[in-house]
Design a protein around this ligand. Structure first.
Ligand code: ADP
Ligand code: ZN
Length: 722
């Protein structure tokens, strides 16, 4: 028997199938160790054959098989080709996506515990071998952990017992259940007519991808759960993706209560061992539902009956490390392979998805009503230009303060949202215009009052707050902009008796950080929650009747074709936190451009209006999806090496343009907007293309221009152009 092996070296030169002779009981999907170029490397068995494709005497044997059961599901081998082709990565790199990293790094043995047991055999032990005798005595009293026995009686004594056949080692998989099953079981709810219609429509539709556009609180989750339950009943499995799992503890609790041990949760907050256990429960078929963020799309499930991507518009579904895949693309491949539906859900679908649905390529379910019949919260606009004219220096408009007074005096809770953490955006010298910047990253630093220091939000470096300007020595250093800390300070002054919580990257630490803050707010241990976009999703807070959005403009002025879409999404999502139960909710939206059409659509909850306008503009200006923005990034320690690679890539792209000029709307090479991050210089070839026709050539150019010391990669419609 011969094994067809992909070696686990992600390099284009080793990216082919190698053959090794192997035992007859070898299974496809197992991981092996094989001799390769004078060393022993890890590899994946992707196929078996009876006759090798070249001289049998030249074929070396597999050195070791170290999976008892194949780690990879058969589907991997089909997807491996698709991913490798689509994102131009070696096949080994695409296979790695299907394994938890702790498994690849050879830490797997940690998840097993070795035990020793007495075999019952008769054997000779010399009376002088006291340690062996003592160990055997102990074993006769019952099985014992192997390592503890070695510590007590010495490893050599234990090995001698095993060698004589008196004791044997066996492995037990440790079970670490990550999240305790909280609150018992929960039965399915009786679906509303709208939910029933949605489930029926989706199941009957012959379209592979289904978009559910449902306002916040319209009961999308219950539709997902019903679809999953029906697939489980039919003997199939399911994948359920959420943007960031630590932000959705309620959703997890709900899934656990509904599906019990059939649900496995894969997320980065778990310890390596816990993650492995959950992964293995899926692989072994013990659990049938994989729940997690982006990477859970690679869950080791077979016979998948439905894949769900909740909050499908969220940018976290795009991987920012190689391969830079889009989760929906991978999900489509898996749905195709398994012959199942892919469900995309959102209150604010991405423009791209909604176009697919409105042009009939995706199915579309629209839910316009909240389950409890409550109206959407009213959104009021506070014109901040008037506040400035009135001489209000505060970050809080008069309107927001009046609403806060009302909410707090009636015993309700409020959420204040803004985009920036820290005390203020930047420190500026008003004499010479100096702005404090990070030495490694070419971005301005943010003042943090609690530690009285300046921090870089890109690399985490901390700097002492200067008492005078380092450039001109002037003493007039001013903070400009607003951050979460500063807002909290202002609120404390205005409402001394209110209890205020802050949630941003600085206050959220540790594995349960998010959960603790959200839970404390949900338990009404605070009156006001101030936070960054982390608070836009997540918990359902019944007592929140007011949401303040301090800087709705912030995202509007990014020079990015998606800024309008993002602003609309953000306002709608944040507003959805208000008035979910009892009293009617209100939202105060502070802005310097109240006449902006995006804000007007958001205030009216007019997704269709927003969408139609957006499509018209993108068509006219040739922005995605009516074009493709493509960026070849060049990142290196050394400037000269980066520039050389940049030239090489650019010259190659220019050749493409010479051959098909009609494909190019725009092409240029330049510094990236942030010239340096973590000490590495950043350059880019930026282009806008009419179609995807040249995409694979551009991937080839990036592969050809990269060197061990220069990272060159392609981004398609990047969510972030920094
Ligand atoms: P969405 O995901 O669309 O924002 P949710 O699924 O969170 O909405 O539903 C909003 C609220 O309505 C939740 O509290 C949920 O428990 C409740 N709910 C959903 N479906 C039903 C139903 N069929 N009967 C009763 N309550 C429901
Ligand atoms: Zn930095």
């Amino acid at each position: 028997m011969y094994a067809r092996v992909i070696v686990d070296i992600a390099h284009s030169q080793t990216d082919r199938v190698f053959e090794y002779s192997c035992p007859d009981d070898m299974a496809v999907g197992c991981r092996v160790k094989v001799p390769f170029g004078g060393r022993i490397v890890e590899g994946f068995v992707i196929g078996l054959c009876d006759t090798p494709s070249f001289a049998a005497e030249k074929i070396k044997p597999v050195s070791e098989v170290y999976d008892e059961q194949p780690a990879l599901v058969p589907e991997c081998f089909s997807l491996m080709e698709g991913i490798a082709r689509r994102y131009r990565v070696p096949r080994a790199a695409s296979l790695r996506l299907f394994l938890p990293s702790e498994m690849r790094l050879g830490k797997v043995s940690e998840v097993y515990r070795k035990y020793l047991r007495f075999t019952g055999a008769e054997g000779e032990i010399r009376a002088s071998a006291k340690k062996q005798l003592a160990a055997l005595d102990e074993l006769k009293g019952g099985d014992k952990p192997y390592t503890a026995m070695c510590e007590r009686h010495s490893r050599s004594a234990i090995n001698a017992l095993v060698g004589k056949g008196l004791a044997e080692v066996y492995k037990v998989r440790r079970n670490r259940t990550p999240i305790p099953a909280d609150g018992g079981e929960e039965a399915a709810k009786t679906l509303t007519p709208a939910q029933t219609a949605a489930v029926e429509y989706i199941e009957k539709s012959d379209k592979r991808v289904q978009l559910i556009h449902g306002v916040t609180g319209s009961g999308k989750t219950e539709i997902y759960l019903t679809l999953i339950a029906r697939q489980l009943a039919a003997g199939r499995s399911a994948i359920f993706l959420v943007p960031e799992i630590s932000l959705t503890p309620q959703m997890l609790g709900q899934l656990r209560r509904r599906f019990g041990a059939q649900a496995a949760i894969l997320h980065s907050g778990l310890s390596a061992g816990e993650r492995f256990d959950e992964w293995w429960r899926l692989r072994s078929g013990e659990a049938k539902i994989a729940i997690g963020a982006r990477s859970a799309i690679f869950a080791p499930l077979e016979n998948i009956g439905v894949i769900i991507i909740d909050e499908e518009h969220d940018s976290s579904y795009n991987s920012e490390t190689a391969p830079r895949y889009s989760t929906a693309d991978i999900a489509k491949m898996r749905a195709e392979y398994n012959g199942c539906k892919l469900i995309l859900g959102s209150a604010t679908p991405s423009v791209e998805s909604y176009i697919e649905a409105s042009e009939g390529r995706y199915g579309l379910v629209t839910l316009t009503e909240r389950i409890n019949g409550k109206p959407m919260p009213e959104i009021l606009i506070a014109d901040m230009r008037r506040e400035v004219r009135r001489g209000n220096p505060s970050n809080l408009s008069a309107m927001l303060r009046a609403e806060l007074d009302e909410a707090l005096s009636t015993g309700n809770q409020a959420i204040i949202f803004l985009n920036r953490r820290g005390y203020s955006q930047t420190v500026i010298c008003t004499d010479c215009g100096y702005v404090a910047k990070c030495e490694n990253c070419d971005v301005s630093l943010t003042y943090h009052s609690e530690e009285n220091c300046l921090k870089c939000h890109y690399c985490g470096a901390k700097y002492r707050m200067p008492s005078a300007c380092p450039e001109c020595g002037g003493r007039h250093l001013r903070y400009s902009g607003t951050g979460t800390q500063r807002v909290v300070a202002e609120l404390k002054e205005l409402y001394p008796s209110a209890r205020i919580l802050r949630m941003d990257n600085d206050t959220v630490t540790g594995k349960d950080g998010h959960y603790k803050i959200l839970k404390s707010f949900a338990d009404r241990e605070a009156d006001i929650l101030v936070g960054t976009q982390m608070i836009a999703k997540g918990h359902d807070f019944p007592s929140v009747t007011l949401v303040g959005i301090l800087d709705a403009d912030m995202s509007l002025h990014f020079s990015d074709y998606r800024s309008g879409e993002r602003t609309f999404q953000l306002i709608t999502q944040v507003a959805g936190r208000s008035g979910r139960a009892g009293a009617k909710g209100r939202v105060v939206l502070q802005t310097y451009s109240p006449e902006n059409y995006i804000l007007r659509y958001a205030v009216a909850y007019d997704y269709r209006g927003f969408f139609e306008n957006e499509v018209k503009m993108r068509k006219a200006a040739l922005f995605p999806p009516y074009s493709l923005i493509c960026r070849v990034m060049v990142v290196a320690e050394r400037d000269d090496e980066a520039i050389e690679a940049l030239r090489e890539a650019y010259t190659a792209v220019e050749k493409l343009r010479a051959a098909s000029p009609q494909e190019f709307i725009f092409l240029n090479k330049m510094h990236s907007p942030i010239k340096k991050i973590q000490g590495k210089v950043r350059y880019q070839v930026l282009m806008r293309l009419r179609t995807k026709a040249l995409l694979s050539d551009i991937y080839d150019i990036a592969v050809a221009a990269s060197k061990p010391s220069v990272l060159v990669y392609v981004e398609e419609n990047p969510a972030n152009l920094s």
